[in-house]
Design a protein around this ligand. Structure first.
Ligand SMILES: *Cc1c(COP(=O)(O)O)cnc(C)c1O
Length: 435
């Protein structure tokens, strides 16, 4: 409910009564969906707490080690907790894994050998993996080590190319990589159950192939994870969903004992594996972030759905659309003009708790073929479970946004974007797009 007190405060924070009213009208229609999201969050909250209890997380686990990190109780117990949540034999959860790309590279490079082939049956992988694989040449890529790569694109309707996949699997196919989230593409995000169908099909053709899922942005969106439907490994970043906004660094690999062991031997050293790797002071944040992750993810999802509904009603194309079920936390809005992308990002920035007074501008970022504008005012630098947005300044002029540590903050940030679009003349006073 919007009290006079809240209206006055929002006005001080730059949101007009009209924009607030428009938001409330949209929210009226979302109650049922939000209740479903809360139900998933309740299940996942119980799953996390149950795992922590079963693994006997104690106060001592929250402390860390230094140096070699032998017998790091908190680190080893946290890995047990992850294995419990994902229903896997083992887990590697470390601050020494620097980001999502690193976790994925580690999982690939440790489980592939020269002469093996890697297959992506879901089209082009995330941008940063192109250099890991060697699609774009890079020092130390899998290609340099004699690992080849095959790709089967999704069909035009987003479906799997079953025949193409069957043909692509050969005696050298060792590992299949499946990206759950669409990332910054226009294909649909895969549901866990569709991932399960794909894995079953592949295992039927070649039972010993390793199926790995890039789980970035997908954790806790559903009540099951890819490892519940046959994935041998799931991999992700702790500065996205599972870090709950508190983890200041880190990545995870969960899966079969042998796969995780290979990754540990590669991360530290052959022979040492999981036995070393001091956790320093980050464990309490890893635990507490994981504890918060189900509700943080739920808040981000509510924000994504709120934005999809607001912007679709104003006349913009949104992916996913206002009614689709969600399998990750990313929302795309297509503006069709650079001004729209810029106004949206400036609105997100103006809604941030940190650096709200700076104005983001498009710039020539390394690795991109067009200018890019990015908005983030995060407690953890680059964290995309916190409210953040970015968009390349090129057709179709779409902005991608995600996150929000609380639903209330996501709502505020999104209202700021609507206000920014009105102030910039991109949307009129009747909440309709102008161009
Ligand atoms: C974010 C992301 C990555 C890479 O993670 P970084 O932490 O940015 O290196 C890989 N795959 C997908 C689908 C992602 O969303």
């Amino acid at each position: 409910m919007i009290t006079q007190e809240l209206k006055t405060l929002y006005q001080k924070m730059g949101i007009s009564e009209e924009v607030l009213g428009y938001g409330e009208e949209i929210l009226e229609g979302l109650k049922e969906r939000y209740a479903q999201i809360d139900a998933v969050a309740e299940y996942n909250q119980a799953k996390v707490v149950h795992a922590m209890q079963e693994c006997k997380v104690s106060e001592a686990c929250l402390l860390g080690t230094t140096g070699y990190g032998y017998n790091d109780l908190g680190r080893d117990t946290l890995e047990e907790v992850y294995a419990h949540i994902f229903h896997t034999e083992d887990a590697l959860v470390r601050p020494q894994i620097t980001c999502g790309t690193h976790a994925l590279a580690l999982a690939l490079m440790s489980n592939l050998r020269p002469g093996d082939e890697l297959l992506s049956p879901v089209g082009k992988p995330y941008d940063t993996l192109e250099e890991v694989i060697g699609i774009r040449p890079s020092k130390g890529s899998l290609a340099e080590y004699g690992v080849t790569y095959a790709q089967v694109d999704l069909l035009a309707d987003g479906g799997f190319d079953w025949e193409g996949i069957r043909k692509a699997i050969n005696e050298r196919t060792k590992l299949v990589t499946i990206q759950r989230s669409k990332g910054y593409q226009t294909r649909p995000t895969l549901s866990v159950s569709r991932i399960g169908e794909l894995i079953a099909f592949i295992k039927n053709i070649k039972p010993d192939v390793i199926c790995m899922v890039d789980n970035c942005y997908g954790e806790f969106v559903e009540t099951i994870e890819p490892t519940d439907v046959g994935a041998d490994m799931a991999v992700g970043s702790l500065i996205k969903n599972p870090g709950g906004g508190l983890a200041p660094i880190g990545g995870y690999i969960v899966g079969k004992k042998e796969c995780v062991e290979n990754a540990a031997y590669r991360l530290t050293s052959p022979g040492l594996g999981k036995e070393v790797g001091a956790s320093l002071g980050v464990l309490s944040k890893f635990y507490q972030g994981l504890f918060l992750a189900p509700t943080v993810t739920a808040g981000a999802l509510k924000g994504a759905i709120f934005a999809a509904n607001l912007y679709e009603r104003m006349g913009f194309a949104v992916v996913p659309n206002s009614t689709e079920t969600r399998h990750d936390i990313i929302q795309a809005v297509t503006f069709g003009t650079p001004e729209g992308v810029i106004a949206f990002c400036q609105g997100i920035q103006a809604g941030a708790p940190v650096d709200s007074y700076v104005t983001p501008e498009p710039w020539d970022m390394p690795g991109y073929d067009a200018q890019v504008i990015m908005a983030a005012g995060a407690f953890v630098s680059g964290s995309s479970i916190e409210l953040s947005a970015d968009g390349p300044i090129k057709p179709p002029y779409a902005v991608y946004f995600q996150g929000g540590l609380t639903w209330q903050h996501a709502k505020f940030g999104i209202l700021k974007t609507v206000q920014a679009c009105i102030d910039a003349g991109i949307v009129d006073r009747n909440f309709k797009r102008v161009v």
